[in-house]
Design a protein around this ligand. Structure first.
Ligand code: FE2
Length: 247
């Protein structure tokens, strides 16, 4: 499995607090069958600070990768970030200041949970106009989207890549997120499932349970697309597949 959304870098956001925690997270992920992780800390920097932050994250990823290797882990890390969308985001993107997932055209973006769906839609259009492929983090958690599911269909049809959280699917992020995630899976609207892990204790990078649940509820083929095939394609900068084929 390949986890494209994980707060495993130490000391940069509300995820891992230390190298010790990062190592524990990596070992746990590897134990559960994960081969690759995109290190995606929250990215909330303005025009002045973004270049430095991007550089620092790349260096931290390299340093952590060396630690993992020294510890005997074979897990591969990839650069990335979870970009909190603001009115400045398109400009940051234009200037090449935002880390994409593994250096591909795919950009992992998030919004505040109470952002109106219309505003999310508008921002996604602006980012698409810059030629980037948007990988939308946990759409099932946005309050407005939970009430207006038609936005998910609209984004899916437009080619926005929809990433559901493990915790939403398993129910640890609340009933509304779970209901929305399951609706997406029922309708084949989810492209990717990721851990969005923050520690080795709560919201963990252990992926075996969600894999088993996905296989049992939506079939082995779709589970494989969500957990392995689409994440691999994104890292390779290729088009993703739906349960029905490529598009
Ligand atoms: Fe996240």
């Amino acid at each position: 499995m390949i986890d494209l959304h994980c707060h495993i870098l130490p000391g940069v956001d509300d995820g891992s607090r230390s190298s010790r925690v990062s190592l524990a997270m990596a070992a746990m992920a590897e134990d559960s069958g994960v081969t690759d992780i995109a290190a995606t800390p929250h990215f909330q920097y303005d025009l002045q600070d973004a270049a430095g932050a991007k550089q620092r994250m790349a260096e931290l990823t390299e340093t952590l990768q060396a630690r993992l290797k020294a510890d005997g882990l074979s897990l591969r890390l990839h650069v990335g970030a979870e970009i909190l969308c603001t009115p400045q985001t398109p400009e940051l993107l234009r200037r090449g200041l935002l880390p994409t997932v593994g250096g591909s055209r795919y950009l992992l973006v998030e919004f505040m949970f109470d952002t109106p769906a219309e505003e999310i839609d508008d921002m996604l259009l602006r980012l698409e106009a810059e030629g980037v492929r948007v990988l939308l983090a946990h759409p099932e958690r946005y309050h407005d989207v939970q009430e207006q599911l038609e936005y998910l269909v609209r984004w899916f049809r437009r080619g926005v890549i929809l990433q559901c959280n493990k915790g939403s699917i398993l129910g640890s992020l609340g009933h509304r997120s779970q209901r929305t995630a399951h609706w997406m899976l029922d309708h084949g609207l989810a492209h990717v499932v990721a851990s969005d892990a923050h520690t080795e204790r709560v919201r963990t990078p252990h992926m075996a349970e969600v894999k088993a649940f996905l296989e049992e509820s939506w079939g082995e083929e779709y589970a494989d697309v969500l957990l392995t095939r689409n994440p691999a394609r994104i890292l390779q900068d290729r088009a993703v597949v739906s349960p029905d084929g490529e598009w």
